[in-house]
Design a protein around this ligand. Structure first.
Ligand SMILES: Nc1nc2c(ncn2[C@@H]2O[C@H](COP(=O)(O)OP(=O)(O)O)[C@@H](O)[C@H]2O)c(=O)[nH]1
Ligand SMILES: Nc1ncnc2c1ncn2[C@@H]1O[C@H](COP(=O)(O)OP(=O)(O)O)[C@@H](O)[C@H]1O
Length: 216
């Protein structure tokens, strides 16, 4: 590929890649693996009022906020979207997402169906919505238990909400059944590769075709 073609091909709009699933289906695992393969992608770090799990780091896994801090951010319009999930508040800080997209970087969001709907209202063209399903409900429960980061009552609550979350599957562009993690990752990789190549996202194409035809 010529240097000029390489340069203009970089002028593309960043994708907003949303992953949703019932708790424990594997969103965090898959997003981490995807990001490890794509250093040019950014993860949107959400704000939440939920307590940190063992090992979770403020500013890396989440911004852990008090209810007051969260409502101040709502009042200052600092969230791109926000929602209540499992009795806690979660929201996507607007600033880092806008900066990354402005630089043409893809941004990955681990948010629920309410957040996905709000982003769809704001930015439908650049949004790719992916839903992750577990192979079966027994396995979902066993993954929540193996993760060993939530109490039995929190796990029971998450299981009882999983059907409601799954009921939104048809609002998504793609569905991946995460049985084997490497297969699911390969599917995710293919979705990202194809979405990046969509004609309307390749801002460089019309200029390229013009010069192609004019023989420049
Ligand atoms: N709307 C919205 N949902 C979020 C956000 N961050 C996390 N969530 C969702 O909140 C739910 C609970 O997340 P979490 O407490 O980390 O539990 P986990 O999904 O079991 O790891 C999941 O469905 C997340 O996708 C956010 O910024 N906005
Ligand atoms: N395909 C898979 N097979 C077996 N275990 C998995 C698979 N995908 C994820 N897990 C495990 O299941 C647990 C829940 O995964 P996680 O990514 O935290 O889910 P979520 O972010 O959707 O709540 C973790 O312990 C993770 O290592």
């Amino acid at each position: 590929m010529s240097e000029t073609l390489r340069t203009i091909k970089q002028s593309r709009r960043g994708l907003m890649i949303v992953l949703s699933s019932p708790s424990g289906a594997g969103k965090t695992t898959l997003t981490r693996k995807l990001l490890a393969e794509h250093p040019d992608m950014t993860m949107s770090v959400s704000g939440t009022t939920r307590a940190p799990r063992p090992g979770e780091r403020d500013g890396v896994d989440y911004y852990f906020l008090t209810k007051n801090q969260f409502s101040d951010m709502i009042n200052e319009d600092e969230f791109l979207e926000h929602a209540k999930v499992f009795d806690n508040f979660y929201g996507t800080p607007r600033g880092p997402v806008e900066t990354a997209l402005g630089e043409g970087k893809d941004v990955v969001f681990d948010i629920d169906w309410q957040g996905a709907q709000q982003l769809a209202e704001a930015a439908a063209d650049d949004l790719v919505k992916i839903f992750i399903l577990p192979p079966n409900m027994r396995e979902l429960e066993s993954r929540l238990k193996t993760r060993a980061q939530d109490s039995d009552s929190v796990i029971a609550k998450r299981m009882s909400k999983s059907e409601a979350e799954i009921s939104h599957w048809a609002e998504y562009d793609y569905v991946i059944v995460n049985e084997d993690v490497e297969t699911a990752l390969a599917e995710l990789r293919m979705i990202v590769a194809a979405e990046r190549m969509r004609r309307r996202r390749q801002l460089w194409l019309s200029g390229f075709v013009k010069s192609l035809i004019s023989g420049a």
